[in-house]
Every structure is written in structure tokens, then in C-alpha cells.
Design a protein around this ligand. Structure first.
Ligand code: SF4
Length: 92
């Protein structure tokens, strides 16, 4: 159903015929950590996240998993290589 509170005319799963069913009755504005994220959008009443109704929750336990401005560190796997098996593989 289309939102009739802060993100007017956008489809939302929390919107019901009785109004917004989300905690507090509407979406919550973005938090400081969200600055620079492409999922944040400005509406007449402020800046809101297009992916999450309460951005502060997404940052409570580390980086937001939807954030587009947080560079993920490349995970370098430190695997042990058995030199004997490696030499056999090379011999094939
Ligand atoms: S996706 Fe995460 S970082 Fe981006 S605006 Fe939403 S809550 Fe903030």
C-alpha cells in the first residue's frame, strides 16, 4: 500500500488502511552514519532511507549491511599450503 506519512506515494509493506503500522507510526530519519549512502533520499520532511524504516537499528551492531558508501575490506584468505602436495600438483 502507498505511504501516506513521510514517503508519500511510495509502496510500503508497513502501510495499512489504518495508517502506518511501523513502530512510532512513521519511518525514522537517517542517522549521521548514513551520510553519503545512495539509499538515503530527501523528502519534504527530511532525509530517509529507502531500504530501512529505522536506520539507527542498522548501525547498532556495526556497519549497515545495505550501505553503499562503506567499503568492504577484501578478505584475504590465509590458507596453509602443504609444500609436498603443492609440488605434486605442479608435477601433474
Ligand atoms: S542503507 Fe543503511 S546506510 Fe544507507 S541510508 Fe539506509 S540505513 Fe543508512
Amino acid at each position: 500500500m502507498d505511504c501516506s506519512t513521510v514517503k508519500k506515494d511510495t509502496e510500503c509493506v508497513f502501510m495499512t488502511k489504518k495508517g502506518c503500522s511501523f513502530n512510532g507510526g512513521s519511518c525514522h530519519p537517517i542517522v549521521e552514519e548514513c551520510n553519503g549512502c545512495s539509499r538515503s533520499s530527501e523528502v519534504s520532511s527530511g532525509w530517509y532511507c529507502t531500504a530501512c524504516p529505522d536506520p539507527s537499528v542498522k548501525w547498532r551492531h556495526g556497519d549497515c549491511n545495505f550501505a553503499t558508501h562503506v567499503a568492504k575490506e577484501a578478505q584475504v584468505k590465509n590458507t596453509k599450503i602443504n609444500p609436498l602436495k603443492a609440488s605434486k600438483r605442479r608435477a601433474r
